[in-house]
Design a protein around this ligand. Sequence first.
Ligand SMILES: [Zn+2]
Ligand SMILES: [Zn+2]
Length: 121
Amino acid sequence: MPPRTPKACRQQGCSATTTERHGYCEKHADKAKGWARGRAGRGRGGRAWRKKREIVKTKACGLCESCSKRGLVVAGSICDHIVPGAEGGDDSLSNLQWLCKPCSDLKTHQESMRARARASS
Ligand SMILES: [Zn+2]
Ligand SMILES: [Zn+2]
């Protein structure tokens, strides 16, 4: 394999060159790692998600918000996206709610029905 063509380091003001795929020189390679970690930290399972999940749960006092609206007191267990990602929802706290499993399942079912309707239209 021929050696890769050295490119200028992505770090502003750095005059070093690199042949690394991430585009940073040896001295700034840790920035590339941070970049990758930042991407991996998004979505479920990451530390940021767990923290948000905790906040949503605390705000709802651990009770299903959907059942609460109907006057029922049911312990929830799921952090749910009010507007699902497939419909443009994000991970912001205003788009998250605490649900019990049956409510989450029902909502997921309704969402998949909507997704199917969208796909066929
Ligand atoms: Zn550099
Ligand atoms: Zn519920």
